[in-house]
Design a protein around this ligand. Structure first.
Ligand SMILES: N[C@@H](CCC(=O)N[C@@H](CS)C(=O)NCC(=O)O)C(=O)O
Length: 216
């Protein structure tokens, strides 16, 4: 297939990982076909989807005959293949900061509070333990991110341009605030970054409620 084939994103409206990719695709001005994988109905375990991602997670991006899963890899792929509106700055220090902040969200926050883990905790220890777990892991990550970014942030995480760190941070902040009732006023830098992202039409078009599979 040619490199101009239509991009296809396997997504679920409530997935924060898929949200990152939706935001990034919009920032790059790339049109894509949205294919819903209903995580609540277990569609991620279907044999067809398993062929795309044996881990049974969204998001998966298909670009012609290229299949990329994992939002971190997808963002780096998109950035190399479609260089317009770069998701990483050229300055090595700011680039490293973006990768570090993104990876904190990707590796040290989201995997600890994904729905399957929270269900396990709630089933075994009850809803109060579940909320304590969410709060502890979310605040630990946000404290590290606040410290990391406070001297570099401007309108966005590492200055006046929106980059990969923002793409990871904004959905994670939204989920923390709206789904888990985390008080973001304790993290003024992160809160400011989130507010700036909320003003962007590219972010607004990526929010869960505006996705074709949203169940409101
Ligand atoms: N590191 C992966 C994580 C993907 C992931 O955890 N996806 C979640 C939704 S945010 C999922 O598909 N969960 C389905 C399940 O737990 O069965 C990424 O960034 O894409």
């Amino acid at each position: 297939m040619s490199s101009s084939s239509k991009l296809v994103l396997y997504s679920y409206w409530q997935s924060s990982c898929a949200w990152r990719v939706r935001f990034a695709l919009n920032l790059k001005g790339l049109a894509y076909e949205y294919r819903s994988v209903n995580l609540r109905k277990g569609e991620q375990f279907s044999p067809e989807f398993k062929k795309l991602n044996p881990l049974c997670f969204v998001p998966v991006l298909v670009d012609g005959d290229i299949v990329v899963s994992d939002s971190f890899a997808i963002l780096l792929y998109l950035n190399e293949k479609y260089p317009q509106n770069a998701l990483l700055p050229s300055d090595p220090q700011l680039r490293a900061l973006n990768l570090q902040a993104s990876n904190i969200v990707s590796s040290s926050m989201q995997p600890l509070i994904m729905q399957s883990i929270l269900k396990y905790i709630e089933d075994k220890f009850g809803p109060a333990e579940r909320q304590l777990w969410v709060r502890h892991n979310t605040e630990k990550g946000f404290q590290a991110l606040e410290k990391l970014l406070k001297d570099y942030a401007g309108t966005y995480a590492t200055g006046e341009e929106v980059y990969m760190a923002d793409v990871f941070l904004a959905p994670q902040t939204a989920v923390a605030e709206m789904r888990f009732n985390i008080d973001m006023s304790k993290f003024p830098t992160l809160n400011g970054i989130y507010k700036s992202c909320k003003d962007l039409p590219e972010f607004q078009a990526s929010v869960p409620e505006r996705q074709p599979d949203a169940e409101l």
